[in-house]
Write a new protein. Structure first.
Length: 142
């Protein structure tokens, strides 16, 4: 099939099947090139006495790594060691699944010092994202 046989379009609200087709295609290619990666979610929640989520960590383990995608605490829960507990629990889950490394990204206004205090080292930075700040990537050997 030549490029002339393909129609390229923009879609601000793609149907779920279109999104799923892209995801399936990339996952298949990744596994072909890097081997099976057994992506498993990591979810660690912090709830108050009423069961309301006051913080949590969302991530994925694959290819002997944990990717920490989201770590959030309600403002009144910050500075109490709860973030450390969430991170330590997630890293323990990852080690139990055979992970030997961890990585995450954060913004300069989201307490990058938290990550360095927990043994993470910066390996990438994109200054000016958003303007006046930076996006920072961290990694750690577990």
């Amino acid at each position: 099939m030549s490029a002339g046989d393909i129609e390229i379009s923009e879609d601000d609200f793609p149907e779920m099947e279109a999104v799923a087709a892209i995801q399936r295609g990339l996952h298949a290619f990744n596994q072909e090139m890097g081997g099976p990666y057994g992506r498993e979610p990591v979810t660690v929640l912090a709830r108050d006495a009423e069961g309301t989520v006051r913080g949590g960590l969302l991530g994925l383990t694959y290819w002997n790594w944990i990717f920490i995608d989201w770590l959030w605490l309600a403002p009144d829960q910050r500075g109490k060691g709860l973030g450390s507990e969430l991170l330590e629990r997630a890293e323990a889950i990852a080690r139990g699944r055979g992970a030997t490394n961890a990585y995450t990204d954060t913004f300069s206004f989201q307490a990058p010092g938290f990550w360095t205090r927990h043994g993470y080292v910066e390996f990438g930075r994109l200054d000016g994202m958003p303007p006046g700040h930076s996006r920072i990537w961290f990694r750690k050997t577990l």
